[in-house]
Design a protein around this ligand. Structure first.
Ligand code: SF4
Ligand code: SF4
Length: 248
């Protein structure tokens, strides 16, 4: 099994090596599959030739038998070749099972499962990160919001706590998972799919009163929320790289 890569710099280096190895192996694999295909095509061609030859042999045998019967002369019986169909059937079965697509090794699948489990258990944000992100959202989104009062308080009637705060971890996970998308529609669709079903605001799948009334700040200001979180995540990743590099 490959060693662990503890820093993201090491992981990036290994990822470039993987890309090079994979490109080379991909070409070699394509060549090997191509050769197998050519051999099979040649085998089918040879089988057709053998079939024609066998049919001619059968006709010769029949003609000899006919002449022997008609003129009462003895003929030596023609021996016909064995097609080897039985051993070919076994060979074909082996070939078919060898050509079935294979998955990664059990070791790698287990490592991926454990890593996914670990990511699921760990919160998207540490308490400090959450505090900082909430502050940035307050600075960037609240002044745009219809529920924002000039004294800085929130007058939202539909929620005791702002929906952006309620679903902050999920929104962060959603954005991390999606990566950057050029279309806001993608974020809205993911929000309807991943976040809205767990929200008490909506009455049914297609009707959400806070959203209709402009009281769901998450929905109304999603573009600003996404932008703020993306910037935060980018900066967090850059800080992590700097910290790792200073450790090396
Ligand atoms: S609803 Fe949310 S975004 Fe709007 S003012 Fe209140 S806290 Fe800010
Ligand atoms: S759109 Fe409706 S269901 Fe979705 S988060 Fe906002 S209030 Fe909740």
């Amino acid at each position: 099994m490959s060693p662990e890569y503890d820093s993201s710099a090491q992981a990036k280096e290994r990822l470039s090596q993987i890309a090079v190895e994979a490109t080379q192996l991909l070409e070699e694999t394509k060549t090997s599959y191509g050769e197998v295909k050519e051999l099979i095509q040649q085998g089918v061609k040879n089988a057709m030739t053998a079939l024609e030859q066998f049919a001619k042999l059968q006709n010769l045998k029949a003609e000899a038998m006919y002449l022997s019967l008609r003129h009462d002369v003895e003929v030596e019986e023609l021996e016909l070749p064995n097609s080897g169909l039985e051993s070919l059937t076994a060979f074909w079965r082996d070939l078919e099972s060898t050509l079935q697509p294979v998955g990664p090794s059990a070791d790698w699948l287990e490592k991926i499962r454990k890593m996914e489990e670990r990511r699921r258990r760990s919160p998207a944000l540490t308490p400090e990160e959450r505090e900082e992100l909430e502050l940035r959202l307050k600075e960037n989104v609240c002044p745009l919001c219809v529920s924002y009062a000039l004294d800085g308080t929130c007058t939202n009637q539909s929620f005791e706590t702002c929906p952006i705060t309620i679903f902050l971890d999920q929104v962060v996970e959603m954005i991390e998972d999606m990566g950057h998308r050029p279309w806001m529609e993608d974020y809205f669709e993911r929000m309807y799919r991943d976040i809205c079903p767990g929200c008490q605001g909506r009455v049914d799948k297609d009707y959400c009163p806070p959203r209709e009334q402009g009281d769901c700040s998450l929905f109304t200001y999603l573009p600003s929320v996404v932008k703020t979180i993306e910037t935060f995540l980018k900066e967090r990743a850059e800080k992590k790289v700097i910290a790792e590099e200073s450790e090396v």
